[in-house]
Write a protein that binds this ligand. Structure first.
Ligand code: SF4
Length: 238
C-alpha cells in the first residue's frame, strides 16, 4: 500500500467510527489490566460476562487479594484457561501492591514484568488507560494487516513494528481499535465481507469475496399424476 493509500484507509475507518473504544468493560486502569489478561483466547463478550460478577467485589488489587484465588476462579470459570488466569490475577495484584503502591505502572517494561502480562496486554493498557499511541496486535489486526497489505509480517511483533512505521501519527492513537473492529465485523476470519467493505478498493487481498448472485426463481414443484383407482378384484362367489 502506498502512504497515500494507508492514509485513505484510516481516513475511511475513522469516518465510519469517529470514537472507537475497546469493547471490554472496565472501571479503572486496574480492572482494564485484569480484563485484558482474562481476554487471552477468549471473546470480549465472554470476559465481560465474567467480570460483571468479579469487578463489583474486586476493583482494586487489595480487594482482589481479599477475594482470593478460589474466589476469582469461581467467578471466571466460564472463561478458557481460568485456572491459570486466576493464579495470574492474584500474582499480579500482589506485585502491584508490593512494587507499585497498588497502582498500574505506565511503562512497557514494568507492565511486561507482571505475571500473565505480555506485549499485547501492555500495549492495550498503555493505549486505553494512559493514552499512549501503542498498537496492540491481536489475531484480528494480524489478519487484517496481512490480508490488506497494510503491514505484512510473519509474527505479531513484526506486524506491530511495520504498523508503527507506516501509520502516521494522526491515526496511531486509535489505529488498533479501528483495525480490531474492522477485523471483527467486516474482514472476518472465515469469510470476509468484502462486498460491504469500505476499504475494498485499497485492499490487496487476492481472494476478495463478492456479493452472492441473486437466487434463481425456483422451478415449480412437479406434481404427481392423479392415481388411477385400482381395478376391483372379483371376490369368490359362495
Ligand atoms: S476487501 Fe475483504 S479482505 Fe480486504 S479488507 Fe475488506 S473485507 Fe478484508
Amino acid at each position: 500500500m502506498t502512504p497515500q493509500d494507508v492514509d485513505e484507509f484510516f481516513r475511511r475507518l475513522a469516518k465510519a467510527r469517529p470514537d472507537p473504544r475497546t469493547e471490554l468493560h472496565f472501571v479503572n486502569p486496574y480492572t482494564l489490566l485484569v480484563a485484558v489478561v482474562l481476554s487471552a483466547q477468549a471473546t470480549d463478550a465472554g470476559v465481560n460476562k465474567a467480570t460483571a460478577a468479579l469487578f463489583p467485589v474486586a476493583d482494586t488489587p487489595q480487594k482482589m487479594l481479599a477475594l482470593g484465588e478460589a474466589g476469582v476462579r469461581e467467578r471466571i470459570k466460564t472463561i478458557g484457561l481460568f485456572n491459570t488466569k486466576a493464579k495470574n490475577v492474584i500474582a499480579l495484584s500482589r506485585r502491584l501492591i508490593a512494587e507499585h503502591g497498588g497502582a498500574v505502572p505506565h511503562t512497557r517494561e514494568a507492565l511486561e514484568a507482571l505475571p500473565g502480562v505480555g506485549r499485547k496486554t501492555a500495549n492495550v493498557v498503555m493505549n486505553v488507560a494512559f493514552g499512549h499511541a501503542t498498537i496492540a496486535v491481536d489475531t484480528h489486526i494480524f489478519r487484517v494487516a496481512n490480508r490488506t497489505g497494510l503491514a505484512p509480517g510473519k509474527t505479531p511483533l513484526l506486524v506491530e513494528l511495520e504498523l508503527e512505521r507506516v501509520v502516521s501519527e494522526r491515526w496511531k492513537r486509535n489505529a488498533h481499535h479501528w483495525l480490531i473492529l474492522h477485523g471483527r465485523y467486516t474482514c472476518i476470519a472465515r469469510k470476509p465481507r468484502c462486498e460491504a467493505c469500505i476499504v475494498a478498493d485499497l485492499c490487496a487481498y487476492p481472494a476478495k469475496t463478492t456479493a452472492e448472485p441473486p437466487s434463481q426463481p425456483k422451478a415449480p414443484a412437479r406434481t404427481a399424476p392423479p392415481r388411477r383407482p385400482k381395478p376391483r378384484r372379483a371376490g369368490r362367489r359362495r
